[in-house]
Design a protein around this ligand. Sequence first.
Ligand SMILES: [Mg+2]
Length: 403
Amino acid sequence: MERIIFHVDVNNAFLSWTAVYLLNNGYQEDIRQIPSIIGGDEKERKGIVLAKSPVAKKMGVVTAEPIFQAKKKCPNLKIFKPNMEWYKEKSTEFKKYLQTYSPIVEQFSIDECFIDMTGTHYLYKDYIEVANKIKNEIKNNFGYTVNIGIANNKLCAKMASDFEKPNKVHTLFKDEIVSKLWPMDVKDLFMVGKKTSQELHKMNINTIEELAHANPKKLSAVFKSQANYLKDAAWGIDDSEVSEEKRHKSNSISTTDTLPHDTEDIEKLKERLLFQTERVCRELREKNKYATTVAVIFKNNNFTSYSAQAKLSNPTSDSKLIYKKVLTIFENNYKKDPIRLIGVRLADLVEIKNEQISLFDSNEDNYDESSIQKTIDQINKKFGNDLIISASLKAIERHETLK
Ligand SMILES: [Mg+2]
């Protein structure tokens, strides 16, 4: 049976959700109708545009520019702070509402969900009609608009929801690939970043149609393992399932920090990673779990994200062993670009520690300091901060720095 997948995407989520919050709390204006922005966290990063209203956009305000610059373009600009707690609440409400239409809902980001509607045609004869119903109900019940993409897989549903905004339902079924997907620029293909699209343009592959017909050998030569993805995506092929809980989300712990200033300072980045490692390891120990995979997440000043991961020789919750791995990953993968956001993720978490210890591992490496660390965790918890980091962790950092 042909699958039916919806991708539901909140239009201008941060600004819309803030508008709803303000209206609920007696604010007279709908900030979606006036020149307004959501401005970056003032404590951490002074004045960056996170989201803009359509009026502000018309006046030339762009996402990620400094607020003072936006104000120059738009002197009567109103600035509102982001409210992450409220956004999370709205996000949960959004997902719960979608679950009333199908049990298989995958949260893709704070304001996007995939719904697997396959087999629900007994309930809803016309998928376009039901998508319109969802769209209108969200608007009437919750006060903000969404776009919905309908397709036979996730990739095409995601592409379709992006076609024309706001408050629209679009389809991108198999028989519409040629007419709707192929004329688009390769830069608009899902998961194609700035660098990849530049490379493609250099190869004179500009439209998705050109990518679909590109020579596979030439593509592999430039894009290695990514070449297969590109080719499939250009033909609208994607077999991935809508999973209720994305595995890496449910089975991982992560933390990221947006830095006060973009930095290329390796020592500063390592120090941040040290605190983050301690933070995620503490959570890991609280859950009595052990990590198998460690990853470092980077986002640079161009908002390009990359990450790298490595397996630990044994599942562990030992901050010292995990930080060692974090540093190795960092050193092998950091592209020396100005970093805006950095983070650590522990994944493939297991409940029971695998006691098999490789004969070739040195004793020191496998010495489990978890009881000491649990005590430190308790102290830190009591005082509610990251003040105490075990001396041995600091020692690794010094050691790694000297190398
Ligand atoms: Mg959105």
